[in-house]
Design a protein around this ligand. Structure first.
Ligand SMILES: *[C@@H]1O[C@H](CO)[C@@H](O)[C@H](O)[C@H]1NC(C)=O
Ligand SMILES: *[C@@H]1O[C@H](CO)[C@@H](O)[C@H](O)[C@H]1NC(C)=O
Ligand SMILES: *[C@@H]1O[C@H](CO)[C@@H](O)[C@H](O)[C@H]1NC(C)=O
Ligand SMILES: *[C@@H]1O[C@H](CO)[C@@H](O)[C@H](O)[C@H]1NC(C)=O
Ligand SMILES: *[C@@H]1O[C@H](CO)[C@@H](O)[C@H](O)[C@H]1NC(C)=O
Length: 566
């Protein structure tokens, strides 16, 4: 970001030259005039040289068509045409022959234009000393002005009309549309909102409460800013700082942190600090307390909390046990650095968690349970043993249990609640790598499972082949020998029985006597004259296969346990 300063500085020195020599630099912008990004074209400047209209480089990302304070080294853009679309070098802005201001890519594709002006269009354009770029008609009347399309800044004499809005930049040096806006609603209320992508208004954090009466926000030449009714009555003073515009540059900007501030910059070195300084009474005076969002994270990101510094600027910090998602964009919020409580055994895990006290802290609109007439220790224990509880706040014998992701976090002396943050004990940074290494072991487990499956399927194939072999050899044997009558065989103490005979003898394998290695043994009675009692052991190829498989699996499991423990 420091790279910007030398650039601005050289640019400034370079461009100071024309003004110091004569007033020639200022002229009306005539139809057909154009500027090209990165061509070294001088911008169109105001008569005093205090404001310029042209291209401003934004880092390496591209160029903005902008208006800026031309005489000060700190680049201060007060207006831009389409700040969400930076253009590349070679892009042009032209006041066309038919009186429209048009921004084109080098390819000729149109990116932005002034609205249809009607009639014969503008006769000329001009950068005025107020910081207003105007397109004027033949008679000199303003047909279009940049003051009517503000970006994030108002300048003295620039008023905000119903429907007009200022959108904060994303970050201090990032000019994209940001997360906060100020709007004079058509209903007359002047409101500040947090906005969620893609720029839908979500929640108000400040307002004048002038619905039905507010008409225009005036920023007058004394530096005062106030809201007036249709009849001109002042309804509300927004800024009451008197500033001499002869001695100071003045602007009112909604900053990336959501605060609307007035800034001054001395016009001469004798004016003091040669830098932008904030005037007292920014709006709102404490943005941390203003946030009442029902949805969204509030002024800071999720799982963070807002505090106002001595300089009255809000800062966002992560809760204990949490860390920023992006160090360079802290309003993106924070992520949890410890493993959450196990909901199947929350009480078993109670000892693994502890409570970090945060005085004067609350998180609005995160509650899922409230317990009345309890003491603080009860509140602690209740949160510790409840896996849903991310934090509990305790105040006046009331315990409010809150769920994550936590929003609207704020620490401020005027808050009397005490927040009891639940975090896992021990070193948070060490918890997560452990979880990762547990995941890392998964592939080797897969290999083991795979080899078991592979091994058993090979075994099954071998077994099936064996089964088929046994089946066919037995069938062949049965075909070769014609089975003799079993009566004959009985005398020889060797007898063949058919399956059906055995089924009948055992009453359908009804009475199990016991279990052998490869299957159950049943009691049966032979159908002969002597009603001989027999024991029938039932085993077939499948039983054999199952048994073998079981042995094989236990072998593989044993084998894999052995290898993984190594
Ligand atoms: C700009 O153009 C208008 C209208 O043609 C004219 O009245 C005015 O004097 C011009 N200003 C300058 C500084 O040339
Ligand atoms: C001007 O308008 C405001 C709000 O609409 C009203 O309260 C006030 O009485 C009006 N004043 C006059 C002088 O009409
Ligand atoms: C600005 O507004 C204040 C309050 O209405 C008024 O006192 C002051 O004279 C105004 N200044 C100018 C230059 O109009
Ligand atoms: C001016 O203020 C900005 C922001 O407060 C700061 O970053 C910068 O260093 C200051 N410049 C000088 C010359 O004091
Ligand atoms: C946590 O672990 C990290 C790295 O192992 C170490 O740098 C840090 O000091 C530890 N913090 C605490 C509070 O033990």
């Amino acid at each position: 970001m420091n790279l910007q300063l030398p650039y601005c500085f050289c640019f400034f020195l370079l461009l100071q030259l024309p003004f110091s020599t004569n007033g020639q630099a200022y002229k009306n912008v005539s139809l057909g005039s154009s500027l090209t990004a990165a061509s070294g074209d001088l911008p169109w400047t105001s008569p005093s040289g205090e404001f310029a209209f042209g291209f401003q480089q934004v880092g390496d990302a591209g160029y903005l068509l902008a208006i800026w304070f031309y005489k000060i080294p700190e680049r201060t853009i007060v207006w831009s045409a389409d700040r969400n679309n930076l253009v590349q070098s070679g892009s042009t802005v032209q006041l066309t022959a038919d009186g429209q201001l048009v921004l084109n890519y080098q390819s000729g594709t149109q990116i932005w234009t002034t609205p249809e002006l009607g009639g014969s269009g503008a006769a000329y354009g001009a950068m005025l000393d107020t910081g207003n770029f105007v397109l004027a008609g033949q008679a000199g009347a303003n047909l279009w002005q940049s003051f009517d399309q503000p970006t994030d800044t108002l300048l003295p004499t620039q008023n905000l009309n119903p429907g007009g809005e200022l959108i904060a930049p994303y970050l201090e040096k990032n000019y994209l549309d940001g997360r906060f806006k100020l709007i004079l609603q058509r209903d007359g209320n002047l409101v500040m909102y947090t906005i969620a992508y893609p720029l839908t208004a979500s929640n108000a954090y400040w307002s004048t409460g002038t619905r039905g009466s507010g008409h225009q926000l005036i920023f007058n030449q004394s530096g005062l800013m106030y809201l007036v009714a249709t009849n001109g009555t002042i309804l509300e003073h927004v800024f009451s700082n008197q500033v001499s515009l002869q001695d100071f540059y003045l602007r009112a900007t909604i900053d990336y942190d959501g605060v609307f501030r007035q800034y001054v910059y001395p016009k001469t070195a004798s004016g003091g600090n040669m830098n932008w300084t904030t005037l007292p009474n920014s709006i709102p005076s404490n943005i941390c307390l203003g946030s009442k969002t029902l949805v969204g994270s509030g002024v800071c990101g999720f799982n963070s909390y807002c505090t106002i510094g001595d300089d009255r600027r809000p800062s966002c910090s992560c809760l204990p046990g949490y860390t920023f998602l992006n160090q360079n964009d802290v309003r993106k919020g924070c992520k949890q650095m410890f493993i959450s409580q196990d909901c199947s055994h929350p009480s078993q895990e109670t000892d693994s968690f502890e409570i970090k006290d945060m005085l004067n802290t609350n998180f609005q609109h995160n509650d899922y349970e409230v317990l009345n007439s309890v003491d603080e220790d009860w509140c602690r224990q209740s949160c510790l043993s409840d896996c849903y509880c991310a934090v509990a706040t305790f105040m006046d014998r009331q315990c409010w249990k809150k769920r994550g992701p936590l929003s609207n976090g704020v620490t401020d002396p005027i808050i009397i609640d005490k927040a009891l943050m639940k975090v896992r004990k021990g070193n948070h940074t060490e918890e997560l790598p452990q979880k990762k290494s547990a995941k890392k072991r998964d592939p080797s487990a897969l290999i083991v499972t795979g080899s078991v499956l592979l091994g058993s399927s090979i075994f099954l194939i071998v077994l099936s082949l064996l089964g088929i072999y046994v089946f066919f050899t037995r069938r062949n044997r049965q075909k070769q020998k014609l089975i003799p009558q079993h009566h004959v065989m009985r005398d020889m103490n060797l007898q063949n029985f058919t399956y059906n005979e055995l089924e009948t003898a055992t009453g359908g394998f009804d009475e199990e006597l016991g279990r052998g290695a490869f299957g159950p043994v049943y009691k049966g009675v032979l159908g002969g004259e002597d009603k001989q009692i027999i024991a029938v052991k039932r085993h077939h190829v499948l039983d054999f296969a199952q048994e073998g498989l079981r042995h094989m699996l236990s072998f593989f499991l044993f084998f894999s346990m052995f290898t993984s423990s190594k």
